[in-house]
Design a protein around this ligand. Sequence first.
Ligand code: CP
Length: 304
Amino acid sequence: NKNIISISDLSRSELELIVSTANKLKQNPNPDLLKNRVIASCFFEASTRTRLSFETAVHRLGGNIIGFPDSGNTSLGKKGETLADSVKVISTYCDAFFMRHNQEGAARLASEFSSVPVINGGDGSNQHPTQTLLDLFSIYETQGTLDKLQVAFVGDLKYGRTVHSLTQALSLFDCEFHFIAPSALSMPDYIIDELNDKGCQFTLHDTLDGVVDNLDILYMTRVQKERFDETEYQHLKSSFILSAKMLEGVKDNLKVLHPLPRVDEITTDVDHTPYAYYFQQAENGVYARQALLALVLTNEYGDK
Ligand code: CP
Protein backbone atom coordinates (compact mmCIF):
# COMPACT_ATOMS: atom_id res chain seq x y z
CA ASN A 1 0.00 0.00 0.00
CA LYS A 2 2.20 2.82 -1.34
CA ASN A 3 0.90 6.21 -0.21
CA ILE A 4 2.30 9.36 -1.84
CA ILE A 5 1.91 11.99 0.86
CA SER A 6 5.15 13.99 0.90
CA ILE A 7 7.88 14.21 -1.73
CA SER A 8 10.27 13.23 1.07
CA ASP A 9 8.65 9.76 1.03
CA LEU A 10 10.34 9.17 -2.35
CA SER A 11 14.03 8.40 -2.88
CA ARG A 12 16.19 9.81 -5.66
CA SER A 13 15.95 6.53 -7.60
CA GLU A 14 12.15 6.46 -7.22
CA LEU A 15 11.92 10.05 -8.52
CA GLU A 16 14.13 9.14 -11.48
CA LEU A 17 11.94 6.10 -12.20
CA ILE A 18 8.79 8.25 -12.21
CA VAL A 19 10.40 10.81 -14.54
CA SER A 20 11.60 8.12 -16.97
CA THR A 21 8.19 6.40 -16.85
CA ALA A 22 6.42 9.72 -17.57
CA ASN A 23 8.72 10.14 -20.56
CA LYS A 24 7.89 6.62 -21.82
CA LEU A 25 4.15 7.19 -21.41
CA LYS A 26 4.36 10.53 -23.23
CA GLN A 27 6.09 8.80 -26.19
CA ASN A 28 4.11 5.52 -26.02
CA PRO A 29 0.60 5.73 -24.52
CA ASN A 30 -0.64 2.66 -22.63
CA PRO A 31 -4.43 2.78 -22.97
CA ASP A 32 -5.23 -0.49 -21.12
CA LEU A 33 -2.93 -0.23 -18.11
CA LEU A 34 -5.68 0.60 -15.58
CA LYS A 35 -8.47 -1.40 -17.22
CA ASN A 36 -11.11 -2.37 -14.61
CA ARG A 37 -9.45 -0.15 -11.98
CA VAL A 38 -11.51 2.47 -10.12
CA ILE A 39 -9.76 5.60 -8.86
CA ALA A 40 -11.42 8.07 -6.48
CA SER A 41 -10.78 11.77 -7.17
CA CYS A 42 -11.80 13.69 -4.05
CA PHE A 43 -11.23 17.43 -3.98
CA PHE A 44 -12.01 19.16 -0.70
CA GLU A 45 -10.29 22.33 -2.04
CA ALA A 46 -10.45 24.04 -5.47
CA SER A 47 -8.36 22.78 -8.39
CA THR A 48 -8.30 22.98 -12.18
CA ARG A 49 -5.01 21.42 -13.35
CA THR A 50 -4.40 18.83 -10.67
CA ARG A 51 -7.87 17.34 -10.79
CA LEU A 52 -8.35 17.44 -14.56
CA SER A 53 -4.86 16.18 -15.43
CA PHE A 54 -5.19 13.41 -12.87
CA GLU A 55 -8.61 12.38 -14.20
CA THR A 56 -7.32 12.60 -17.79
CA ALA A 57 -4.40 10.39 -16.77
CA VAL A 58 -6.80 7.75 -15.43
CA HIS A 59 -9.05 7.88 -18.52
CA ARG A 60 -6.08 7.62 -20.92
CA LEU A 61 -4.83 4.56 -19.02
CA GLY A 62 -8.25 2.91 -19.41
CA GLY A 63 -9.33 3.30 -15.77
CA ASN A 64 -12.56 4.63 -14.23
CA ILE A 65 -13.01 7.70 -12.05
CA ILE A 66 -15.39 8.26 -9.14
CA GLY A 67 -15.39 11.28 -6.89
CA PHE A 68 -16.30 14.92 -6.58
CA PRO A 69 -14.79 18.27 -7.63
CA ASP A 70 -15.56 19.91 -4.28
CA SER A 71 -16.81 18.64 -0.93
CA GLY A 72 -19.81 21.01 -0.81
CA ASN A 73 -22.32 18.32 -1.72
CA THR A 74 -20.83 15.42 0.23
CA SER A 75 -21.70 14.08 3.68
CA LEU A 76 -18.41 15.55 4.87
CA GLY A 77 -19.30 18.99 3.53
CA LYS A 78 -23.05 18.97 4.27
CA LYS A 79 -23.61 16.62 7.24
CA GLY A 80 -20.51 17.02 9.38
CA GLU A 81 -18.97 13.60 8.64
CA THR A 82 -15.32 13.37 9.65
CA LEU A 83 -12.58 13.02 7.04
CA ALA A 84 -11.60 9.72 8.67
CA ASP A 85 -15.09 8.21 8.26
CA SER A 86 -15.40 9.50 4.69
CA VAL A 87 -12.03 7.99 3.72
CA LYS A 88 -12.76 4.64 5.39
CA VAL A 89 -15.83 4.25 3.21
CA ILE A 90 -14.58 5.79 -0.07
CA SER A 91 -11.50 3.56 0.01
CA THR A 92 -13.72 0.47 -0.07
CA TYR A 93 -15.08 1.66 -3.43
CA CYS A 94 -11.78 2.16 -5.26
CA ASP A 95 -8.23 0.93 -5.96
CA ALA A 96 -6.55 4.27 -5.14
CA PHE A 97 -7.64 7.54 -3.63
CA PHE A 98 -6.48 10.95 -4.86
CA MET A 99 -7.28 13.96 -2.70
CA ARG A 100 -6.71 17.69 -2.09
CA HIS A 101 -7.57 19.37 1.20
CA ASN A 102 -6.96 22.82 2.68
CA GLN A 103 -5.60 21.43 5.96
CA GLU A 104 -1.91 20.58 6.33
CA GLY A 105 -1.60 16.90 7.21
CA ALA A 106 -5.02 15.92 5.82
CA ALA A 107 -3.57 13.46 3.29
CA ARG A 108 -1.38 11.83 5.96
CA LEU A 109 -4.46 11.48 8.19
CA ALA A 110 -6.47 10.03 5.30
CA SER A 111 -3.75 7.44 4.63
CA GLU A 112 -4.15 6.16 8.19
CA PHE A 113 -7.82 5.35 7.52
CA SER A 114 -7.65 4.27 3.87
CA SER A 115 -7.41 0.63 2.79
CA VAL A 116 -5.96 1.68 -0.61
CA PRO A 117 -3.05 3.97 -1.63
CA VAL A 118 -3.64 7.68 -0.95
CA ILE A 119 -2.09 10.25 -3.31
CA ASN A 120 -1.81 13.80 -1.98
CA GLY A 121 -2.96 16.42 -4.51
CA GLY A 122 -2.03 19.28 -2.14
CA ASP A 123 -2.63 19.72 1.60
CA GLY A 124 -2.88 23.36 2.66
CA SER A 125 0.48 25.12 2.47
CA ASN A 126 2.34 21.89 3.23
CA GLN A 127 3.07 19.60 0.26
CA HIS A 128 2.12 19.07 -3.39
CA PRO A 129 4.14 15.98 -4.35
CA THR A 130 2.47 15.21 -7.69
CA GLN A 131 3.11 18.80 -8.83
CA THR A 132 6.77 18.14 -8.04
CA LEU A 133 6.74 15.05 -10.24
CA LEU A 134 5.53 17.02 -13.25
CA ASP A 135 7.98 19.82 -12.38
CA LEU A 136 10.85 17.32 -12.31
CA PHE A 137 9.70 15.81 -15.59
CA SER A 138 9.52 19.29 -17.17
CA ILE A 139 12.98 20.16 -15.87
CA TYR A 140 14.43 16.89 -17.16
CA GLU A 141 12.70 17.35 -20.52
CA THR A 142 14.15 20.84 -21.00
CA GLN A 143 17.58 20.48 -19.38
CA GLY A 144 18.37 16.82 -20.10
CA THR A 145 19.35 16.35 -16.43
CA LEU A 146 18.15 17.06 -12.90
CA ASP A 147 21.67 17.40 -11.52
CA LYS A 148 23.66 20.50 -10.61
CA LEU A 149 21.18 23.05 -11.96
CA GLN A 150 20.91 26.70 -10.92
CA VAL A 151 17.29 27.07 -9.76
CA ALA A 152 15.51 30.20 -8.49
CA PHE A 153 12.17 30.22 -6.68
CA VAL A 154 10.31 33.53 -6.69
CA GLY A 155 7.26 34.84 -4.85
CA ASP A 156 5.28 33.24 -2.06
CA LEU A 157 7.82 30.79 -0.70
CA LYS A 158 6.15 30.70 2.72
CA TYR A 159 2.78 29.24 1.69
CA GLY A 160 3.80 27.82 -1.70
CA ARG A 161 3.49 24.07 -1.21
CA THR A 162 4.85 23.48 -4.72
CA VAL A 163 8.16 25.18 -3.88
CA HIS A 164 8.49 23.28 -0.60
CA SER A 165 8.10 19.92 -2.35
CA LEU A 166 10.27 20.81 -5.35
CA THR A 167 13.11 22.19 -3.21
CA GLN A 168 13.16 18.98 -1.17
CA ALA A 169 13.23 16.88 -4.35
CA LEU A 170 15.97 18.90 -6.09
CA SER A 171 18.08 18.83 -2.93
CA LEU A 172 18.69 15.16 -3.84
CA PHE A 173 20.27 16.28 -7.15
CA ASP A 174 22.94 18.74 -5.95
CA CYS A 175 21.20 21.79 -7.40
CA GLU A 176 22.03 25.32 -6.21
CA PHE A 177 19.01 27.31 -4.99
CA HIS A 178 18.22 31.03 -5.06
CA PHE A 179 15.20 32.08 -2.99
CA ILE A 180 13.67 35.43 -3.95
CA ALA A 181 10.87 36.67 -1.70
CA PRO A 182 9.90 39.53 0.61
CA SER A 183 10.72 38.69 4.23
CA ALA A 184 7.01 38.11 4.99
CA LEU A 185 6.94 35.34 2.36
CA SER A 186 10.33 33.72 2.90
CA MET A 187 11.01 29.97 2.79
CA PRO A 188 10.00 28.20 6.04
CA ASP A 189 12.81 27.52 8.51
CA TYR A 190 12.35 23.76 8.29
CA ILE A 191 13.23 23.77 4.57
CA ILE A 192 16.28 25.98 5.18
CA ASP A 193 17.36 23.70 8.04
CA GLU A 194 17.01 20.63 5.78
CA LEU A 195 19.17 22.28 3.10
CA ASN A 196 21.81 23.15 5.69
CA ASP A 197 21.74 19.60 7.06
CA LYS A 198 22.29 18.20 3.55
CA GLY A 199 25.07 20.72 2.78
CA CYS A 200 23.10 22.23 -0.15
CA GLN A 201 24.15 25.60 -1.58
CA PHE A 202 21.54 28.37 -1.48
CA THR A 203 21.27 32.18 -1.51
CA LEU A 204 18.49 34.53 -0.33
CA HIS A 205 17.40 37.68 -2.22
CA ASP A 206 14.74 40.35 -2.12
CA THR A 207 15.02 41.19 -5.83
CA LEU A 208 15.47 39.33 -9.12
CA ASP A 209 18.22 41.79 -10.16
CA GLY A 210 21.54 40.05 -10.66
CA VAL A 211 20.11 36.55 -10.20
CA VAL A 212 18.39 35.78 -13.51
CA ASP A 213 21.40 35.75 -15.83
CA ASN A 214 22.95 32.52 -14.51
CA LEU A 215 19.80 30.45 -14.05
CA ASP A 216 18.69 27.21 -15.67
CA ILE A 217 15.22 27.23 -14.07
CA LEU A 218 13.22 30.26 -12.90
CA TYR A 219 10.24 29.00 -10.89
CA MET A 220 7.63 31.74 -10.36
CA THR A 221 4.75 31.45 -7.90
CA ARG A 222 1.52 33.26 -7.09
CA VAL A 223 0.91 35.12 -3.84
CA GLN A 224 -1.90 32.91 -2.56
CA LYS A 225 -4.89 35.17 -1.86
CA GLU A 226 -6.70 32.35 -0.04
CA ARG A 227 -3.98 32.14 2.64
CA PHE A 228 -3.93 35.87 3.71
CA ASP A 229 -6.36 38.40 5.11
CA GLU A 230 -7.31 41.08 2.56
CA THR A 231 -5.07 43.87 3.97
CA GLU A 232 -2.00 41.65 4.04
CA TYR A 233 -2.79 40.33 0.54
CA GLN A 234 -3.09 43.84 -0.92
CA HIS A 235 0.29 44.70 0.63
CA LEU A 236 2.05 41.58 -0.71
CA LYS A 237 0.40 40.95 -4.07
CA SER A 238 2.48 41.88 -7.08
CA SER A 239 5.67 41.57 -4.99
CA PHE A 240 7.51 40.23 -8.02
CA ILE A 241 6.42 40.60 -11.62
CA LEU A 242 8.44 38.96 -14.40
CA SER A 243 8.34 40.65 -17.83
CA ALA A 244 9.98 39.69 -21.14
CA LYS A 245 12.39 42.63 -20.80
CA MET A 246 13.82 41.12 -17.60
CA LEU A 247 14.80 38.01 -19.57
CA GLU A 248 17.16 39.82 -21.95
CA GLY A 249 20.64 38.29 -21.63
CA VAL A 250 19.62 35.07 -19.85
CA LYS A 251 21.12 31.66 -20.71
CA ASP A 252 19.65 30.02 -23.83
CA ASN A 253 18.52 26.98 -21.87
CA LEU A 254 16.61 28.97 -19.21
CA LYS A 255 13.03 27.84 -18.71
CA VAL A 256 10.44 29.77 -16.73
CA LEU A 257 8.14 27.44 -14.81
CA HIS A 258 5.01 28.23 -12.79
CA PRO A 259 2.58 25.74 -11.23
CA LEU A 260 -0.31 28.00 -12.34
CA PRO A 261 -2.75 29.60 -11.90
CA ARG A 262 -0.96 32.92 -12.39
CA VAL A 263 -2.45 36.26 -11.47
CA ASP A 264 -0.05 39.00 -12.61
CA GLU A 265 3.37 37.65 -11.62
CA ILE A 266 4.31 36.77 -15.22
CA THR A 267 3.28 39.30 -17.85
CA THR A 268 1.79 37.74 -20.97
CA ASP A 269 4.68 38.97 -23.17
CA VAL A 270 6.82 36.27 -21.49
CA ASP A 271 4.47 33.65 -23.02
CA HIS A 272 5.91 34.48 -26.44
CA THR A 273 9.56 34.05 -25.46
CA PRO A 274 11.47 30.75 -25.88
CA TYR A 275 11.86 30.66 -22.08
CA ALA A 276 8.18 30.18 -21.20
CA TYR A 277 7.40 26.54 -20.39
CA TYR A 278 4.51 26.77 -17.90
CA PHE A 279 1.78 25.60 -20.25
CA GLN A 280 3.82 22.58 -21.41
CA GLN A 281 4.57 22.01 -17.70
CA ALA A 282 0.81 21.88 -16.97
CA GLU A 283 0.32 19.40 -19.84
CA ASN A 284 3.06 17.22 -18.35
CA GLY A 285 0.80 16.76 -15.32
CA VAL A 286 -1.03 14.07 -17.29
CA TYR A 287 2.13 12.04 -18.00
CA ALA A 288 3.63 12.44 -14.53
CA ARG A 289 0.38 11.36 -12.88
CA GLN A 290 0.03 8.46 -15.32
CA ALA A 291 3.53 7.36 -14.33
CA LEU A 292 2.72 7.60 -10.65
CA LEU A 293 -0.49 5.57 -11.05
CA ALA A 294 1.34 2.96 -13.14
CA LEU A 295 4.02 2.54 -10.48
CA VAL A 296 1.65 2.60 -7.50
CA LEU A 297 -0.92 0.21 -8.99
CA THR A 298 0.92 -2.02 -11.48
CA ASN A 299 4.28 -3.69 -12.06
CA GLU A 300 4.48 -2.65 -15.69
CA TYR A 301 7.32 -0.10 -15.44
CA GLY A 302 9.15 -1.12 -12.29
CA ASP A 303 8.61 -2.76 -8.93
CA LYS A 304 9.05 0.23 -6.60
N1 CP B 1 -0.82 23.64 -10.06
C1 CP B 1 -1.97 23.38 -9.43
O1 CP B 1 -2.02 22.71 -8.38
O2 CP B 1 -3.08 23.91 -10.05
P1 CP B 1 -4.58 23.69 -9.61
O3 CP B 1 -4.77 24.43 -8.30
O4 CP B 1 -5.41 24.25 -10.72
O5 CP B 1 -4.80 22.22 -9.39
